[in-house]
Design a protein around this ligand. Structure first.
Ligand code: G6P
Length: 608
């Protein structure tokens, strides 16, 4: 939540900052601002609204001169979106400019003290205390001031700080919020995420908590809280620049939907060698797996929906009990975790505040943590005992698609890996399952060849007021994701229900013309779901059935039928979800919604 970027070099800073921010808008987009050091003072430009408003105000940055600056794109937490609350925040003398991602938890007490000492606040933000604290503690050495500030504030922060006494350097620090340092040739950067600077460099440093960095044009130095310089390993990102560009697509979401076959291949292939699943990434031994009592899966949003699939798959294949919980509940439920319990944490960004807190809670209870993460070096990855990375590449659209799909693939790999170690699969079943996993990318690609069918269905239903998704077992798990995808980007009210549960209340909402999307892909429960389809049809619903090409009688009951290729029953969610992503996308597109940046949302939710 909130994106920050910083630059020092020989180019005009403002256009580079704006370009970097444009890659970080997924983190927040209610206002934006930049501060640039020009000659002897700090110049600031801010604007409520999308980054485009600021770009227009500054002629794409051309009107702001100077070669060093910091920028910010905001997702409001403290104070409404406004010019005043937009970052950077400036100290009263104008000497310091600060951009911040995170939350300063003790800001009210700090603000009170600063006001008593005569500091004037112009915003409602927590961040403004930092700008004034710098001023308060500054005695001529900016590093000393930084150390005093970070010792005083509580909470999470990634900070970029300009000081007008230092025309050739700026400083940054992080704690529990992401910040990377980009190493260029005669220029250096900070950013919340690599995509913002990929155009300029792929060489980066990952910062640990409370490591402070001093950036000059020709070099970067990193210090610990005792002001001792520390050496860091340089990391080279292999992402392509095009990975963070729209590449001719109207929206990142469609680009990312179409990237799913590749993302799946990249995630699956390196982990299958000579017909066996190889999880070099993890240290769980066969003995450890045999001793697992119970598995918790903890995550938020779509990652939680992957967990719901995971529960069905792991319980069925491994016969280990699995409890799946949203992280915001898990962290406060005083979980009963026993020796030999495994906690699987799923997160695209690796920085979701609730998920990270839940992980820490599980660790405090002595659990072993296995995480499934997309962003290398992220807080969740760093805090886990074992990490399996999804190789989805950067995901920019707020509504996740390829990250969800690759997380599912990793869950399948884990389930089959453990099932084999537990002796739950014959060699034939194991080989078949692996072959079926390997076939998924092509089957997803096949579904993507009939996008127009979903576009047509969207054109029929984009005016609906309310849409229901139903299914049983794995189909129910995918219903949750289909419903979320639709509602988050199209703003149509939608609910997902276990098909058998609908009649216990919710069916009263079905009236003439209500759309029910019925997922019935599995063999065993197909007839049961068809009965539920009949129940809603009898009450006036229009039904869009989603099923595999092996089921023929869906046509007899549903008004419209979407077919997906058949596959191993456990793996069907990877295919079922694709038409639902497309349906949500096209409905939102027909409604003229801002698909990549839906209202009120942000992709990385770094607040509670
Ligand atoms: C936000 C995003 C969702 C995502 C969830 C968890 O709400 O909009 O798409 O599933 O956060 O994010 P994570 O990065 O932990 O997977």
């Amino acid at each position: 939540m909130c994106g920050i970027v910083g630059y020092i070099g020989s180019e005009q800073a403002a256009p580079i900052l704006l370009d970097g921010l444009s890659k970080l808008e997924y983190r927040g987009y209610d206002s934006a601002g930049i501060a640039v050091f020009d000659k002897d003072k700090i110049e600031v430009a801010k604007a409520k609204g999308r980054l485009s408003v600021l770009a227009e105000k500054t002629d794409d940055g051309k009107t702001i001169h100077g070669y060093m600056g910091i920028g910010h794109t905001r997702w409001a937490t403290h104070g409404e979106p406004s010019d005043e609350n937009a970052h950077p925040h400036i100290s009263n003398s104008g000497r310091f400019a600060v951009v911040h991602n995170g939350i300063i938890e003790n800001y009210i007490a700090l603000k009170k003290k600063l006001v008593e000492r005569g500091f004037e606040f112009i915003s409602e933000t927590d961040t403004e205390v930092i700008a004034h604290l710098f001023e308060y503690y500054y005695k001529g050495d900016i590093m000393d001031a930084m150390i005093r500030v970070i010792n005083r504030v509580e909470g999470s922060y990634a900070l970029g700080v300009l000081c007008s006494d230092y025309p050739d350097q700026f400083i940054a620090v992080r704690k529990s919020s992401p910040l990377i340092v980009g190493l260029g040739d005669g220029e250096n950067f900070i950013a919340s995420d690599v995509t913002a600077i990929l155009k300029h460099t792929r060489d980066i440093y990952y910062l640990e908590d409370n490591e402070m960095v001093v950036l000059r044009k020709d070099g970067v130095k990193i210090y610990n809280k005792d002001k001792e310089e520390i050496s860091k390993e340089k990391f080279t990102v292999d992402w392509d620049v095009s990975a963070a560009e729209k590449g001719g697509y109207e929206h990142f979401m469609m680009k990312e939907i179409e990237e799913q076959p590749k993302a799946l291949r990249d995630t699956i292939s390196p982990r299958i060698k000579d017909g066996r699943i190889v999880l070099d990434d993890i240290s769980l031994t066969t003995e450890d797996i045999k001793n697992i009592n119970k598995i918790y899966i903890v995550a938020c949003g779509s990652a939680y929906h992957v967990g719901v699939v995971g529960k069905y798959v792991i319980e069925k294949m491994c016969r280990i009990p699995v409890e799946v919980q949203v992280a915001s509940e898990f962290r406060y439920c005083d979980p009963i975790i026993k020796k030999n319990d495994l906690v699987i944490v799923i997160s695209q960004s690796g920085e979701t505040a609730d998920t990270l807190a839940a992980l820490k809670e599980a660790k405090n209870h002595g659990a072993r943590i296995l995480s499934i993460v997309n962003v290398v070096g992220s807080a969740i990855a760093n805090a886990s005992d074992d990490v399996i990375y999804t190789w989805a590449g950067p995901e920019i659209a707020v509504a996740t698609t390829k990250a969800y799909s690759t997380q599912l693939a990793v869950v399948y790999l884990i389930a089959a890996y453990m099932a084999e170690k537990l002796g739950m699969l014959t060699s034939g079943e194991y080989a078949n399952f692996i072959a079926e996993i390997e076939a998924l990318p092509d089957k997803v690609a096949q579904i993507l060849t009939s996008k127009e069918e979903l576009q047509f269905l969207a054109s029929k239903f984009f005016n609906c007021r309310s849409i229901f998704f139903i299914g049983r077992n794995l189909d129910y798990a995918v219903s949750l994701e289909g419903s979320l995808k639709l509602k988050e980007i199209s703003y149509i009210h939608s609910e997902a229900y276990a098909a058998g549960e609908l009649k216990h209340g919710t069916i009263s909402l079905i009236e003439d013309g209500t759309l029910v999307v019925a997922l019935a892909t599995g063999q065993e429960l197909f007839d049961k779901t068809v009965s539920n389809v009949k129940e809603v049809k009898a009450r006036g619903a229009v039904v869009m059935g989603v099923t595999t090409d092996t089921h023929e009688n869906m046509e007899d009951v549903a008004d419209y039928v979407v077919k997906i290729p058949s596959a191993h029953e456990m793996l069907l969610p990877s295919l079922t979800v694709v038409p639902l992503q497309l349906f949500g996308y096209y409905v939102a597109s027909l409604k003229g919604c801002d698909i990549d940046k839906p209202r009120n949302l942000a992709k990385s939710v770094t607040v509670e």
